[in-house]
Design a protein around this ligand. Sequence first.
Ligand code: C5P
Length: 223
Amino acid sequence: MPKLCVALDVEKERALQLVRELSAFDLVFKVGPRLFLEGGREVVEFIKERGREVFLDLKLHDIPNTVRLAVEEADKLGVDYLTLHTLGGREMMEWAVSACGDAKLIGVTILTSHGEEYLEFLRSGFKNLEDFSLYLARTAKECGLYGVVSSVREARRIKEETGLFVVTPGVRISSEHGDQKRVSTPEEAVREGSDMVVMGRDIYGSEDPKGAVISVLERMGGA
Ligand code: C5P
């Protein structure tokens, strides 16, 4: 069964409370820019002390040297996963890989908040987001990344063609999609070969986050 990763897109005190409440489950905790800016190091250490993995989701996208320096620091912090944008290009990814120690580098392909109109925005020659994502995943693999982030819709093709570790956000148990355009259920994520299902608002925004985790884990287990 894939791992379940809970996105802690909340303020620091709430994040610490959620980690306290949920760390009895075999979960990965995702720290994004909002939380990292408020209490990065402290929250990362708090999660690690409880024996859980940290997914630092800063989605780096900059010149190769700047990304290299950031990767070195994230590595020192002891995070388990670190994200960067594959759209940052080959050289950026290669420099990141060469600077990385134990952290697993995960390349974001196309954000799940983008729909097909994004191809037009980028003036890309790709006919659909799936082909574009697959191209980015293949490039990530060539550059030595450990895995990629994609929507559930592309997960199976990416997994079959690259063998990379596939992380899938945009997973919902509620009917609230918010800004996410390409959404799926936990069952679909498992069936499509996801290695890590990321869920934020449906867990931290629930009145009963523990109950939500139990329900998602059951649904994943029964898929
Ligand atoms: O609240 P929700 O379940 O939509 O949260 C999804 C999480 O996954 C957010 O923290 C978001 O930053 C992250 N993410 C994403 N799409 C990607 C990569 C990461 O939604 N392609």
